[in-house]
Design a protein around this ligand. Sequence first.
Ligand SMILES: Cc1cc2nc3c(=O)[nH]c(=O)nc-3n(C[C@H](O)[C@H](O)[C@H](O)COP(=O)(O)O)c2cc1C
Length: 300
Amino acid sequence: MFSAPEKPTEVFGLKFKNPVGLAAGYDKDGIAMRGLAALGFGHLEIGTVTLRPQSGNPRPRVFRLVEDQAVINRMGFPGEGAIKVERHVLSNVEQPRSTIIGLNLGKNKDTPLEDAAQDYIALMKPFSAVADYLAINISSPNTVGLRRLQGRDMLENLLSAIGKERQAVARAGSKHRPILVKIAPDLSEEELEDAIDVILRTGMDGVIATNTTLGREGLASSHQIETGGLSGKPLRVRSEIVLMQVLKKLDGRLPVVSVGGIMCPEDAKRRLDMGAALVQVYTGMVYAGPGLVKKIIRAV
Ligand SMILES: Cc1cc2nc3c(=O)[nH]c(=O)nc-3n(C[C@H](O)[C@H](O)[C@H](O)COP(=O)(O)O)c2cc1C
């Protein structure tokens, strides 16, 4: 196995050995971090982790749309819950660390939307101690109501509470961690503008664009009728459009992590050339295999 060349970059105060990361949802519980790090990733986004363990949706809940080089998933945040994931991350992280570790946080299915902030806040303390950055997931389509947290008022309440908790956690002796907000590809231009305004106003450190889409345009596979979020090649164009809109709106004030439909090294290079600070892959690995990571690193 050839090793990946170093392509160091500094983003939101963290030093990444290269700009290519693993998107959330692949190692939800932090059990495969060493093997994943060995693929060459500059960062791994672990999670989505929820406060309490939960089983997610009944199987089958992941579908390959082979003709479309796509996946539809309706996992619904299955996971072992915060206490166990924290333990896994602590024991599975490489020592010394050469890969940046992000923790992607979500809310339990049975937490009412009005109380969502409490879930995110309770997750911040343990994971600020073990993660290099935190990602706030308000964009998965498989937890009922979650994406409503992207609306102006709910987002303002949520991110203000998260910002305050970060200060409290830092006062209590943990490090001040960068916080990124992961958004959906299905927001209207106006909704996106509102979300970016709030993200800037509440002092967040970056945007991850995008999660999976509810869109189903131009698909050939019979699995297209399945409920869930679509990822992979058919998401590419939408994800690029959202990246462009977000970059324009942010105007250099915050870095953007681009994810969605990056299937080959050229796709990744394009996102970085457009202005993304980092890229992440998931479905591309499903179709191209784990060797994709080092191919991308060499190309960018
Ligand atoms: C099976 C599966 C599970 C996922 N789980 C999560 C998750 O738990 N949290 C999250 O933020 N995104 C999750 N995602 C979304 C990915 O992180 C990524 O944003 C999306 O798949 C688009 O990238 P891609 O086209 O490279 O796959 C999941 C995607 C897939 C395919």
